[in-house]
Design a protein around this ligand. Structure first.
Ligand code: HEM
Length: 458
């Protein structure tokens, strides 16, 4: 009956864009694809299709349409075909290259390492790295927030995820190879992951070298008897598949890289936008934020921990509001493997289904005055994202929602809790535009701010 009723439905209504694109209606450099998607939503509705050569791209916009996307099963909407560009970096038989059964088990390992274990240990390490980093700042000066956070977050990620062996030798070959892996993930790689470019060649060699580095560390750890490690690497070393087999060294390396890539740019970008927005709107929000810091830190005797960070509700709402305005992943995609229906239309086999967080977050009957920076919309009983599921989708939703969400909140809140208590800030440039030339969208560099150390940090 289901198959029959799906067959009766029609394809999503088409939004003809070719002529508008050829006439230069859309400013892709400054607005990315957002205006085009917003136009489609306004003129056609919450489900519409654009035709790109032989392929139909179906956009689903708004909480109800998102539900169809996020609640579909993997055998209906699949990630693996659209995220093939990650395979040369993560590796063979890892996540999107693994069979659905293996992928599910690997994601369970990741979930265990990021959420079920080690949260206390992770926070302790992040606090230590961040305090050490900001203690090195002079008493006053100017910094590029994006550059600072990018360097700091690679240190925290190394300590919590990759292990102390990498963290203690971070300046050496690992950083070099990691950079080459990052350079090998571009828009070109998205469409042609194996195009014979110099960047891709370097990426593939770097992946092999990183595998050797980790293989050595894993072998060493497997021989140690009395040493305990509380990082993500150790969770993977101790993991077992359902048939009791061990993940190979290469699979462990791939899962580490997957977590690193999923978390590094996204957290760095969010910390930067969050700082820029707080400083820009400080006349309205700073004293409230500082009151909250004071109140929580007095209660917890100056200790940043899972518990104290958990009580910084306004800081949490500021981060969430930042992610509403500037979600770093602007398009989430799936390939349709088995037809699904939404609102009388059908998404057919071979279509690409897309949700667009930055467009979804600007729907005015979901988020009041959507252009306004208003963290309070996420506070209290009537928080705007609580009215309907799948309204706020910066971390995705459903079975493949972000596994690092909790880690990201703890990390970014730790950084800003320390900074707000230690320094005063001013902007020294206009608010930057998003940079759509990269896959994970952040502010266009530089992001300069002026800082001054407080005489009495409480
Ligand atoms: C998935 C956003 C931080 C690990 C996702 C997805 C989004 C997202 C939108 C879903 C992708 C999709 O549906 O196709 C973010 C943002 C972050 C962040 C905005 C920071 C502010 C992190 C961190 C980690 C992480 C710190 C790990 C250390 C993952 C993993 C998945 C994922 C493993 C895949 C889950 C699955 O497919 O089941 N993230 N992420 N993320 N994220 Fe994050």
């Amino acid at each position: 009956y289901l198959v029959f009723s799906i067959k009766l439905r029609k394809a999503a209504p088409r939004f003809p864009v070719l002529i508008s694109i050829l006439r230069g209606k859309y400013d892709f450099i400054n607005r990315g694809p957002l205006d085009l998607i917003q136009d489609g939503y306004r003129t056609v509705g919450d489900i519409f299709r654009i035709q790109l050569f032989y392929r139909s791209i179906v956009f689903l916009i708004g909480p109800q349409a998102h539900r169809a996307f996020f609640e579909a099963k993997d055998h209906q909407l699949s990630q693996r075909e659209v995220y093939t560009f990650t395979i040369p970096v993560f590796g063979k038989n890892i996540v999107y290259d693994a069979s659905p059964k293996i992928m599910q088990q690997q994601l369970k390992f990741v979930n265990k390492g990021l959420n079920q274990m080690n949260m206390k240990a992770h926070v302790g390490k992040i606090v230590m790295e961040a305090e050490e980093w900001f203690d090195k700042w002079p008493d006053s000066g100017e910094v590029d927030l994006m550059k600072e956070f990018s360097e700091l977050i690679i240190l925290t990620a190394s300590r919590c995820l990759l292990g102390k062996e990498i963290r203690e030798n971070i300046q050496t070959e690992f950083a070099h190879f990691y950079q080459q892996l990052s350079d090998g993930m571009s828009h070109l790689s998205f469409f042609f992951p194996n195009a014979p470019t110099r960047a891709h060649k370097k990426r593939d060699l770097a992946r092999q070298e990183i595998a050797k580095i980790f293989s050595k560390i894993i072998k060493q750890r497997r021989t140690e008897e009395d040493v305990e490690h509380d990082d993500f690497l150790q969770v993977l070393i101790d993991a077992r598949y359902l048939d009791d087999s061990l993940p190979t060294d290469d699979e462990i390396t791939g899962l580490l890289l997957a977590a690193l890539f999923a978390g590094q740019h996204t957290s760095n970008i969010t910390s930067t936008w969050m700082g820029l927005l707080m400083i820009q709107h400080q006349s309205k929000w700073m004293s409230k934020l500082l009151d909250e810091q004071k109140q929580v830190m007095v209660k917890y005797q100056d200790e940043l921990s899972v518990d104290s960070l958990g009580e910084m509700n306004l800081l949490h709402a500021v981060m969430k509001e930042t992610l509403r305005l500037y979600p770093p992943l602007i398009l989430l995609m799936r390939k349709v493997i088995e037809p699904i229906a939404y609102n009388g239309y059908v998404l057919s086999k071979g279509d690409i289904a897309v949700v667009a967080p930055p467009v979804a977050h600007q729907i005015s009957n979901v988020f009041k005055d959507p252009k306004e920076f208003n963290p309070e919309r996420f506070l209290g009983e009537y928080a705007e994202d609580q009215v309907e599921k799948f309204s706020f989708i910066a971390f995705g939703g459903g079975r493949h929602s972000c596994l690092g969400e909790r880690f990201a909140y703890l990390q970014v809140k730790t950084i800003w809790s320390i900074l707000l208590r230690k320094f005063d800030f001013e902007l020294c440039q206009e608010h930057p535009l998003p940079d759509y030339s990269v896959l994970v969208v952040g502010p266009r560099p530089p992001c300069m701010v002026r800082f001054k150390r407080k005489i009495n940090s409480f």
